[in-house]
Write a protein that binds this ligand. Structure first.
Ligand code: CAA
Length: 296
């Protein structure tokens, strides 16, 4: 493993590129628009600066990490020398299937194709490629440079060799891999998302306010963020997409998304990325202010 191509320069893609580049791999970050790539590289620079500021990285190591990252807007060119491709596009099944057909057509025969999907079936994604044995889930957590876990998901056809390669690689970049099987939501979101959805339901039914629900979970369960703040951080559109995958995948009404979550996404209240969700976000401020819609 030497050359890693990362598809998608959003929040997850830039974090994945960051950790591979910091561990000495040659990374090609691919997206359709150059300005998204430039923004992603600037974000990686800022996040590396945080590590330099706290002394966990030297200025030289930061420069080397940044020098390890190239960008590409042409998918075919971006994956042609890859040993591993990690796809981190939006959580949309049709988009992922299209991307995997394109990667499969352009990446070298031995290249492993990984997806950072948070809930979509690896087996379904693998089925649109001519190499299902080499397709695997590599699910990083946000913020990628900080969170230690990589959930490694075996599809129906994924081989032992490919699984071991990805487990070892995850360890080599300083993460702790956990191997799981391919059912909707895997383990992380099978447990996390119903908790977040239940927190929204608790708010919807008026059992508690935004601050009260989050405080109960932060102070009572020692979670670093309350579930409503975490939903804003992940993105309410992503939370809704994952609940829909669980609901459809298991056909069980317990996974039905809360109507309030559906309504907020319809209204464009997506959390941090749109500036408002359960909280109101102001650029440059770290204050946690409950959104006007939920203020008492
Ligand atoms: N890159 C590098 N370092 C970063 C960073 C980034 N993007 N973001 C934060 N950090 C570092 C900071 O520099 C800081 O380092 P030190 O403590 O060593 O100084 C540390 O992380 C903590 O950051 P902050 O002080 O800014 O803020 P905080 O203490 O409130 O922590 C947090 C922020 C790490 C995000 C913490 O609130 C947290 O762990 N929240 C929960 C995150 C979580 O649950 N993530 C999983 C989401 S689910 C998911 O990703 C999967 C899915 O499929 C939906």
């Amino acid at each position: 493993m030497k050359n890693i191509s990362v598809i998608g320069a959003g929040q997850m893609g830039n974090g994945i590129a960051h950790v591979f580049a910091q561990s000495g791999y040659s990374v090609t970050l691919i997206d359709i628009a150059q300005e998204r790539l430039d923004k992603a590289v600037a974000t990686i620079g800022k996040n590396l600066d945080r590590q330099v500021a706290k002394g966990s990285l030297t200025e030289d190591q930061k420069k080397t990490a940044l020098a390890n990252i190239a960008t590409a807007t042409d998918m075919a060119a971006g994956v042609k020398a890859a040993d591993l491709v990690v796809e981190a596009a939006t959580e949309n099944v049709d988009l992922k299937l299209k991307i995997f057909k394109d990667i499969d057509a352009n990446a070298p025969a031995g290249c492993i194709l990984a997806t950072n999907t948070s809930s979509i079936s690896i087996t379904r994604i693998a089925a649109v490629t001519g190499r299902p044995a080499q397709v695997i889930g590599m699910h990083f957590m946000n913020p990628v440079p900080v969170m230690k876990l990589v959930e490694v998901i075996r599809g129906y056809n994924t081989t032992d060799v490919v699984t071991k390669t990805i487990m070892d690689l995850s360890t080599a970049i300083g993460k702790v891999p956990v191997e799981v099987n391919d059912y909707s939501g895997f383990v992380a979101n099978r447990i996390l998302m119903p908790m977040i959805n239940e927190a929204i339901e608790t708010l919807f039914q008026g059992v508690g306010g935004v601050a009260e629900i989050d405080t109960v979970m932060k102070l009572g369960m020692a979670h670093p963020m309350g579930p409503l703040q975490l939903a804003d951080f992940i993105g309410l559109d992503t939370c809704l997409a994952i609940m829909r995958v669980l609901h459809e995948g298991f056909g069980n009404p317990k996974y039905a998304p809360c109507p309030l979550l559906v309504q907020m996404v319809t209204a464009g209240k997506l959390g941090v990325k749109s500036g408002e969700g359960f909280y109101q976000y102001t650029a440059g401020s770290k204050d946690l202010v409950v959104a006007a819609a939920f203020a008492k």
